[in-house]
Design a protein around this ligand. Structure first.
Ligand SMILES: C[S@@+](CC[C@H](N)C(=O)[O-])C[C@H]1O[C@@H](n2cnc3c(N)ncnc32)[C@H](O)[C@@H]1O
Length: 249
């Protein structure tokens, strides 16, 4: 399980507030819902602006420390727990929201079966796709692990894979932009093991990969194309057959 306690102090600095277009698109998608459960709510980056727009939002997260940051920002209904074992009654919520969390959960069938149990209407997911216009350092790190015969435990399946397995009712690109980034910052973030792909890598292997990457990419810049996507499934889409398809991958 991927608990973000270690990131609680820096998370809101490293992950900027969502652009207004994202909150706008989520509010529109959830407009027929009142009570929303955000799974992996973290520090409430999305939940707090949704609360401000009048939604009732309950959050669940493995990380007590991330929730503490969220509480200080106004999240009042939060629970420490695992999204695969939701401590809520049958059809308690109108919708479930999942933002940047599905890729951290290994047991998708358990998660989706819990979503189906506690939700009346829909699952809404928002995620950010990064299209590297030159090599993406997270990807380079991941490939270096595979070359060394190491398969990281998290970050292998992304939200778009769920969309391929169970087609959403609605899929929209909310916005797209390009940004030039100095690679020293993502290199620092990788070295400090702030990216989940590094979390279960043995220290000697991590050091060797970082030495190699720092000599190749240190001091350089790279342009990324970012795309923010929204996907929405009706709860009826999560049939036993659909869950079996997800389990079989
Ligand atoms: C990348 S953060 C996203 C937080 C928030 N949704 C956002 O977009 O800012 C992922 C969060 O999911 C939580 N998480 C990961 N696996 C979880 C699980 N199985 N059950 C509950 N929370 C989980 C982590 O502790 C972390 O706070």
């Amino acid at each position: 399980m991927v608990c973000f306690d270690r990131m609680a102090g820096t998370y809101d600095v490293l992950r900027p507030s969502p652009p207004p277009q994202v909150i706008e698109a989520l509010a529109e998608e959830l407009s027929d819902c009142s009570l929303v459960l955000e799974v992996g709510v973290g520090t409430g980056r999305l939940a707090v602006p949704l609360l401000e727009r009048g939604f009732r939002v309950v959050g669940i997260d493995l990380s007590r420390k991330m929730l503490d940051v969220g509480r200080a920002k106004g999240l009042s209904h939060v629970v420490v727990g695992d999204v695969c074992h939701l401590p809520f009654r049958h059809k308690a919520f109108d919708a479930v929201l999942a933002v940047h969390v599905l890729h951290l959960v290994r047991d998708w069938p358990a998660l989706l079966s819990e979503v189906r149990r506690v939700t009346k209407e829909k699952l809404v997911a928002n995620w950010r796709a990064v299209e590297p216009l030159s090599p993406n350092l997270r990807q380079v790190y991941h490939e270096s692990l595979l070359e060394r015969g190491f398969q990281p435990g998290v970050g292998n399946r992304w939200e778009d894979e769920l969309a391929r397995l169970i087609p959403p009712r609605r899929e929209a690109r909310i916005l797209a932009y390009e940004e030039e980034t100095k690679l020293d910052e993502p290199l620092r973030s990788l070295r400090q093991r702030e990216m989940t792909v590094t979390w279960d890598v043995p220290e000697a292997m991590h050091q060797a990969i970082m030495r190699d990457m720092e000599s190749r990419f240190g001091g350089k810049s790279q342009t990324f194309r970012y795309e923010m996507h929204l996907m929405s499934w009706a709860v009826d889409d999560f049939t036993d057959e659909a869950l079996a398809k997800v389990a079989g991958v």
